[in-house]
Design a protein around this ligand. Structure first.
Ligand code: ADP
Ligand code: MG
Length: 569
């Protein structure tokens, strides 16, 4: 390994030379209290910035072991460090020269505390991965500016963001504690036969549709007594709130009374939230999946028969493929695909569902003969889904009383405050909604039970037309889409993708699975599960370079299921 003075000398030597001479600084340098590794050097000042990493031992940073004593605490602490590093970068960053010259940045966590490849705390050291725009004038190297940035400013950033005596000890502990409490709470749901929990005092609404921070002056959550349970958490102590049991739960209430806001909080409850978010103690079982309508999506060989029977034109619904799904068939496919990943709790919201998949009322049944309607609405299957397949549902529906019948629980929101109206709703039932049994042997409710094996050549991350043949191209710019080979995967309507680094992780995971030929050997969801096991056992960075954030099998499968070239054997 070289010393930082070697880096200093190289930068002086290449000062004023054409940009590609920056390649000479690749390598690892000893900065005394940390190591700097220059991993990837950009080709020109306008290209994506260079990738660097800091490796600092816990001995040097004096990071207390208590802050990473289990994976929950570790992820909380990693999020804090990423935020601290990001703050320090913003202060140090100065745009100096052409293109991205002088910019220094790191992947920045949002409200969710996701594991991220940008900060990984290991047993003996912390690795921090970040980006630097190496300074240039036009296309000439500004070696002296680079020296100022890397030799002078960077050690200050490292000291401010990673050395424990420079951190706010209380704030970093709060991140670790909050993460540990949330994971504890989530892990306790199953043994109490609950699917979700919302603590009293939680703030559910967000500042705006584009701002995930808590809404100021919102009405704090308050549980109805009949749903109230108390949990003892390692740090917050006794926490009470609304416990949603397994089974079928209906959320009703007048328009604008907070139904969708509650459901969205449950949907995000699969992730932990940072301190002061308002949803720190709002949790859902880890496999909870929101399913919505998404007309226009593609579907590859999904068995829709639980919800959709004989289609017009003799189209086979047991092996349903389309380039352009309808509202109902897209949502039915999303339900079946979610079950196939092992999801045991489904969330549905009237606002983004296909009405004809959810309900069909008595008058419509009289008008349209049964043989002319391929759809068995969800309301007739939801009980059997629970009783025979063990899958719970939480559904928001303010526009119809049909779900009173199959519901175990009815929660009514009134001015954002929930009330138990189960008795009142049940009193209105007359048995007119006939429940139809599902045959559990025909429905895959785990990856191993899947009937779908992908045709490996249909998952092709390589480009043929552009560049050299055989080069993989997997790119993401934001959380909304992935360029995958010649294809584009639309992620914008997958509800629980919350971060662009998750989209990157999905792209990397698909590329990894394809390169390791996992689709040749395994069923589609099993291949994806194997890929995620790698990220879990070896940390996220094992999936590939770049800024990656933690993903679930549910989102990974949802993305692959939207790949338009996907074919099933
Ligand atoms: P619904 O689905 O019942 O029609 P929404 O959940 O969409 O209602 O909520 C309607 C509006 O009320 C939204 O703008 C939301 O941000 C706001 N809201 C929701 N919960 C609260 C709360 N606890 N305090 C203040 N405003 C809230
Ligand atoms: Mg709504």
């Amino acid at each position: 390994m070289q010393h930082k003075t070697d880096l200093s000398r190289t930068l002086e030597r290449i000062d004023g030379r054409p940009y590609p001479a920056y390649k000479d600084i690749r390598g690892r340098y000893d900065f005394e209290f940390f190591d700097l590794s220059i991993d990837k050097v950009q080709g020109d000042p306008f290209a994506s910035p260079s990738r660097l990493s800091i490796i600092i031992s816990h001995q040097e940073s004096e990071l207390p072991t208590d802050l990473f004593s289990n994976p929950s605490r570790r992820t909380g602490t990693e999020n804090y460090l990423a935020l601290a590093f990001s703050r320090a970068c913003r202060q140090a960053s100065s745009h100096s020269g052409s293109g991205k010259s002088g910019l220094i940045s790191i992947d920045t966590p949002g409200q969710e505390m996701l594991a991220r490849s940008c900060v990984e705390i290991g047993p003996s050291e912390t690795v921090v991965r970040f980006s630097v725009g190496l300074p240039a004038n036009g296309r000439r190297i500004r070696g002296r500016s680079a020296k100022e940035l890397l030799i002078k400013q960077l050690p200050d950033i490292v000291e401010d963001a990673l050395c424990y005596d420079h951190l706010d000890a209380q704030a970093v502990a709060a991140f670790a504690d909050t993460a540990e409490d949330a994971d504890t709470l989530r892990s306790l749901l199953a043994e109490r036969k609950l699917v979700a929990f919302v603590a009293d005092g939680a703030i559910l609404p967000r500042a705006s549709g584009i701002d995930e921070r808590p809404m100021p002056n919102a009405v704090p959550f308050q549980s109805p007594e009949s749903f109230r349970q108390t949990f003892e958490l390692p740090h917050a102590g006794n926490v009470s709130g609304m416990a949603i049991p397994e089974g079928v739960t209906l959320i009703v209430g007048g328009g604008y009374h907070g139904k969708s806001t509650l459901l969205s909080a449950l949907e995000r409850g699969v992730y932990n939230h940072r301190p002061q978010d308002g949803r720190e103690r709002v949790v859902a079982r880890a496999d909870t999946t929101k399913v919505r309508a998404e007309d226009g999506r593609s579907v590859a060989s999904v068995d829709l028969t639980p919800f959709i029977g004989q289609l017009p034109g003799g189209k086979d619904s047991s092996n349903f493929s389309t380039e352009n799904a309808s509202g109902s068939s897209s949502q039915a496919a999303s339900i079946i695909e979610a079950l196939e990943t092992g999801a045991k709790t489904l969330l549905l919201d009237e606002d983004i569902s296909a009405t004809n998949l959810l309900i069909r009322d008595a008058r419509m049944q009289q008008l349209i003969a049964k043989e002319k309607e391929p759809i068995t609405p969800f309301v007739q299957r939801v009980r059997s889904l629970y009783e025979d397949c063990g899958v719970s549902t939480v559904i928001v529906l303010g526009g119809s009383g049909d779900y009173f019948e199959p519901a175990d629980h009815v929660i009514a929101l009134d001015n954002y405050i929930p009330h138990d109206l189960t008795q009142e709703a049940k009193a209105l039932c007359d048995g007119s909604i006939i429940q139809q049994k599902l045959d559990p042997s025909t429905i895959a409710t785990s990856p191993e039970a899947s009937k779908r094996k992908a045709d490996p050549v249909s998952i092709d991350p390589y480009t043929s037309s552009r560049g050299r043949p055989g080069r993989s191209r997997v790119k993401t710019r934001d959380a909304r889409s992935i360029t995958f080979g010649e294809d584009e995967i639309d992620l914008s309507l997958i509800p629980q993708i919350v971060d662009s680094s998750q989209a990157k992780a999905i792209g990397s995971a698909l590329l990894y699975a394809s390169e390791q030929r996992l689709f040749e050997e395994h069923l589609l969801p099993v291949a994806l599960q194997r890929t995620l096991e790698l990220a879990n056992t070896q940390r996220l960075s094992a999936l590939g370079p770049g800024d990656l954030a933690q993903i679930r099998l549910q989102e990974l499968a949802a993305a692959l299921n939207r790949l338009r070239s996907l074919r099933i054997h």
